[in-house]
Write a protein that binds this ligand. Structure first.
Ligand code: FES
Length: 215
């Protein structure tokens, strides 16, 4: 019997060894899970060209001054090029009536600030009109009529040179925590829009109130 027990111990795995293996395997599994989570956490959430990430577009994507907005469905934004000092039919009220002037390029979120509908540009009326509950916005995103609680949200943008390097001073600046239009600089070849850094539009007086003609 004694010789048989000794033979078993030399050819099999003892209980102690078995527990060591289980313990080692558990540690290895834990380390693998932790490493996987760490890599997942460190990887960027969004890729370039994906909503929530950065979009780099050729300068031709920018519309002409006070022209119809350019639509970018993948990034869920409009590009607009504004100059409130240039008289034109796209602004329902001139800047001196509202006390606000605006000049430059802006990236406007395509989702209505009321309950989140996607709204189109309505060329016949020269404004954005939400089909869900009738909110209306000017070309710069300022709300004309409620029920929208605020003007349209914006994304930050940066103008890039031909090598896709940022042009100094040609990126969105914040004023009252809202991105201001960026004046198109000399030497710009691309425009970069970051859809992962949206700022909410401000709550401003309805433009229909200035006109004294709210529905
Ligand atoms: S969601 Fe646009 S007006 Fe209601």
């Amino acid at each position: 019997m004694a010789s048989a027990a000794i033979a078993t111990n030399t050819t099999g795995i003892s209980r102690r060894e078995f527990l060591h293996y289980i313990w080692g395997a558990s540690i290895a599994l834990y380390v693998a899970q932790f490493s996987g989570l760490l890599i997942w956490f460190l990887l960027p959430r969004f890729r370039e060209g994906e909503f929530g990430g950065e979009f780099i577009l050729p300068l031709e994507a920018v519309p002409g001054v006070n022209a119809q907005p350019s639509n970018f469905p993948d990034g869920r934004f409009w590009l607009v090029n504004l100059d409130s000092d240039e008289p034109n039919e796209l602004f329902t009220l001139a800047s001196d009536e509202t006390g606000v002037s605006f000049k430059g390029v802006a990236a406007i979120y395509k989702v209505c600030t009321h309950l989140g509908c996607i709204y189109p540009w309505t060329a016949a009326n020269n404004r954005f009109e939400c089909p869900c509950h009738g909110s209306k916005y000017r070309l710069d995103g300022r709300r004309i009529e409620s029920p929208a609680p605020r003007s349209l949200d914006r994304f930050p943008l940066t103008f890039l040179d031909a090598d896709k390097n940022p042009i100094p001073g040609a990126q969105s600046e914040l004023e009252n925590d809202f991105y201001q239009p960026v004046i198109l600089p000399d030497g710009a070849a691309f425009i970069k829009v970051n859809t992962g850094a949206r700022k909410l539009g401000p709550t401003e007086t309805l433009l229909c109130e200035f006109a004294g003609a709210c529905p």
